[in-house]
Design a protein around this ligand. Structure first.
Ligand SMILES: [Zn+2]
Length: 234
């Protein structure tokens, strides 16, 4: 079992860990700060150091938590230092929290849920099921999202039991079946604004996002709409 350090500290960029297992192309660690991908957020990249050797972490497999290594592999039982490519990860954190702000504005004003999103380094694709969406409405949602960001609200992470969670349908922004396998549900809350079940990494307060810029709006059919946004420094 790998202890997932990023769940409780999204700002951890360096950590020490022990190698539990080795595969042909990577290693399993007893603890990690590398995000393994999921929920639209890509896996982290970075480096590991051991015995004065430096190898690259080019990805993490979500299911097995195998850190895919480019370069020499450490031995089983060896201690390594892991270092996340922080600039990339921090832009992804800003982007992820930005998508939650957009999601909150769309949900509160129109009762609309996001049906999918894909985060990239500083950019995001957001899919909405929203029949009457127009470019003007999207521009309004982005403008309101930027007003929320300027309030610099705090972001906090906490856990609910499955029973507590099942009484809060407002926290479920994706198919409730996806939560069934979890005993504890991790909630990401933007104080006094929005809360939802989420396993990703986020900034501590909205001011860190900067501002959201709308790049593109596409209608993919009667209900399905897609927007592309990026985050910029304010
Ligand atoms: Zn999220």
């Amino acid at each position: 079992m790998t202890d997932l350090l990023y769940l409780d500290d999204s700002y951890l960029r360096k950590f020490k860990a022990r190698v539990l297992d080795r595969t042909e192309r990577g290693i399993i660690l007893d603890r990690t700060a590398f995000y393994p991908g999921g929920g639209g957020q890509p896996a982290d990249t970075g480096r590991i150091l051991f015995r004065g050797i430096e190898s690259n972490v080019i990805g993490v497999e979500r299911g097995t938590l195998e850190h895919v290594i480019e370069g020499e592999l450490p031995d089983i039982g060896e201690e390594i230092e892991g270092i996340i490519d922080w600039e990339r990860r921090y832009r992804i954190m800003r982007t992820h929290t930005a998508v939650h702000v957009i999601s909150g504005v769309a949900y509160q004003n129109f009762g609309v849920k996001i049906t999918g999103n894909q985060l990239y380094d500083g950019r995001a694709r957001v899919d909405l099921s929203f029949e009457n969406l127009s470019r003007e409405l999207v521009e309004g949602i982005i403008e309101e999202s930027n007003q929320v960001i300027r309030r610099d609200l705090k972001v906090r992470v906490y856990y609910l039991t499955k029973e507590e969670f099942m009484e809060r349908p407002d926290l479920m922004r994706v198919d409730p079946k996806l939560y069934e396998k979890y005993e504890k549900i991790r909630i990401v809350e933007i104080e006094n604004f929005d809360a939802q079940a989420d396993g990703g990494t986020h900034v501590r307060s909205l001011g860190e996002i900067g501002k959201i810029v709308l790049e593109k709006y596409e209608s993919k059919g009667r209900r399905n709409k897609r927007i592309y946004v990026r985050v910029e420094n304010e």
